[in-house]
Design a protein around this ligand. Structure first.
Ligand SMILES: Nc1ncnc2c1ncn2[C@@H]1O[C@H](COP(=O)(O)OP(=O)(O)O)[C@@H](O)[C@H]1O
Ligand SMILES: [Mg+2]
Length: 243
């Protein structure tokens, strides 16, 4: 009998970079395909994304994605989890689209011919074959974000984490990328401070001060979160204004 590991399995996660507690007591087990993480600025969303991608060491606890200890086994982690950051320019390192998409595949150890085939297949899947030798600096921010998404998808991870990938994009670009994301046959974690982005998701986690304030089905969690955000916004106390 095969026992399937949960897609996301965090147990007792404490993360304290430079000794400063940023996440504490985070436990989460889920098989959900669409997971939203909401919270205010500074609530620990990006830190949790980095923890789930295995990019940072934990003070305590453990994190497994599809059965892999992603912090320890970095090579296996590349096949399990991909991460897309808010600013594509923090992610892009190559001058052309095909080199950028090929990078992760080369890191995964694919042969040169395999890399070329997978890059071509990924571009074709998005109807962007003509972008192959395009210079990234000549694409718009939304187009560069799409290249980053293609780079992550090319590696065929079990899960992708999107850390506010649509912040800063205009409304048509946001809608186009949302549609692309909705159509993906892959498990997604989307991080956002905007409850509308994760409406209808299977599960939503609300982070506050580095801990889970609430989690469960999208509707009740987002309703409670929106109520709380409106209360804070209507209050006069500026000491609570997010930095
Ligand atoms: N490497 C780090 N060293 C020290 N403090 C950090 C580090 N990373 C994040 N923090 C702090 O942890 C808190 C949460 O940050 P972050 O995860 O970026 O929140 P969010 O993405 O929700 O805005 C912030 O107060 C931030 O300054
Ligand atoms: Mg953030």
């Amino acid at each position: 009998m095969t026992v399937t590991s949960p897609l996301i399995d965090l147990q007792g996660v404490h993360y304290a970079p430079e000794g400063r507690p940023v996440l504490s007591g985070i436990s989460l087990r889920t098989q959900a395909r669409r997971i939203g993480i909401v919270g205010r600025n500074g609530s620990g969303k990006t830190s949790l994304a980095r923890v789930m991608a295995g990019l940072v060491p934990l003070a305590e606890g453990r994190v497994r994605i599809a059965g892999t200890d992603v912090a320890r086994d970095r090579k296996a982690a590349l096949a399990k989890v991909g991460i897309l950051f808010q600013n594509p320019d923090h992610q892009i390192i190559f001058p052309t689209v095909e080199e950028e998409i090929g990078f992760g595949l080369r890191q995964q150890g694919h042969s040169k011919a395999d890399v070329a085939a997978k890059v071509a297949e990924t571009l074709a899947g998005f109807g962007k074959t003509h972008w192959a030798s395009a210079a990234l600096h000549q694409l718009s921010q939304g187009q560069r974000q799409l290249v980053c998404l293609m780079s992550v998808l090319a590696m065929r991870p079990a899960l992708i984490i999107l850390d506010e990938p649509l912040a800063g994009l205009d409304i048509p670009t946001t809608r186009q990328l949302q549609r692309v994301l909705a159509g993906l046959d892959i498990s997604l974690v989307q991080i956002t401070h905007d409850p509308h982005m994760v409406q209808g998701y299977d599960r939503v986690i609300w982070l506050e001060g580095g801990t889970i304030a609430a989690e469960g089905p999208a509707a009740p969690v987002l309703a409670a979160f929106s109520r709380r955000m409106a209360e804070l916004g209507d209050g006069d106390d500026l000491t609570d204004l997010a930095g």
